[in-house]
Design a protein around this ligand. Sequence first.
Ligand code: GLN
Length: 480
Amino acid sequence: MKYIDYSLSEILDLLNSKKVTAVELVNSCFEQIEATADLNALNSTYKEMALARAKEIDEARTRGEKVGALAGVPIVLKDNINFLGTKTSCASKFLENFVSPYTATCAKKLYDAGAIIIGKANMDEFAMGSSNENSAFGAVKNPVDNTCVPGGSSGGSACSVAAKQCFAALGTDTGGSIREPSSFCGVVGIKPTYGRVSRYGVVAFASSLDQVGPLTRTVRDNATMLNIISGKDEADMTTSNTAVPDFTANLDKGVKGIKIGVAKQFFTDQLSSEVSTTLKNAIEWYRQAGAEIVEVDLPSLDTALAVYYVISSAEAASNLARFDGVKYGRRAPVYKDVVDLYFKSRTQGFGAEVKRRIMLGNYVLSSGYYDAFYRKAKRVQKVIRNEFNKAFESCDVLISPTTATTAFKLGEKSNDCVAMYLTDIFTVPINIAGVPALSMPCGKDSKGLPIGMQIIAKHFNEATIYQVANAFETAHKEEK
Ligand code: GLN
């Protein structure tokens, strides 16, 4: 077995028992990055910086010093997370040469725990997309079948973890961007409760929905990563004071007595029959393992996508106003006056999907339309939240498919934005409700493509999600 074949938790044991060094691990990851370069998962890599840090950590271990919980583990960040001295491009021509002047809280927490940042992952431009084809630096390929998309927008993060270039990655999720690529690439990804992880230093898309979360190869690894990055941050007033429990504590508790909610609104005609059958089998497995399956109702679920595109575009239009060609990033080389400078810089710097969102966002916020669209969407958001809260009065977690189908072909939906938006029908409601949800592999289709299962819990109940997820993963290890 090669080092890269181990999970993060296993590799930590090898590091702590000095059976492998951080320098060896960084070198193995870079060998794999070179061998799988055609996947286009990473926008930039930092081999020298990583090796220097690995050497420091190895020396500290040799001296017998106390090292951090992730000391020596190579990790990748999505390219919208600032890390001092690295490029943070958001896969946009606008920020092609932008170098982070500071480090995001989530990245700092990883760094302080001894994780080694080896690269930045490709993504859809400014996190807008579901296939990673909206990157200014080329599409990412699915490592399971390279004629398929890896999902998006954290497609580079999911691909890198699945292709064993690193032991874990961070992504961001505004409407499904961690869970959908996790589902398509066969890895584990969580969108934590809104407010669980600091957004400070993460380039904003829709600030009221964005959350950072880890993508890993196992449930345990995921819980370990979330432990490190969670918590109140004075620099992000939307982070919560709610205590951060040890997310690994309940992993082996099983599911006896756990109530699993199933809502018919998640099992629509849009579901491919293979996804539907696999999910039903998974739910049946849970029943036999001692969980109680209860039916719940989420009558407004199908409104979530429309609500999402109003709210997220409105916030995006306002967040992206800062990219004016003056303060940071690209500046048009030739312009007449300041208005022309803004106009040309934005016209040249942003890709088509980003422009579409800015136009949509400004439209729904414009006078005369604000009440009809934005205010109404915020009202429906409340209805959706209440429905989720009500559902959780009768169950501990909800289970749904992550996506209606497995990974689709590169190019298949790139000219049909509505078809692309519909990819997120099961993930978007979670962000609208603000609750946490994890996607994990629960089987494969007849083409061998991974099928994702989404486990949802009430606010700040990630520990229960991990407990439920780990029971399934442990029982199905051999099938992987
Ligand atoms: N695919 C969705 C969108 O394009 C979600 C993106 C995300 O979660 N960042 O808006």
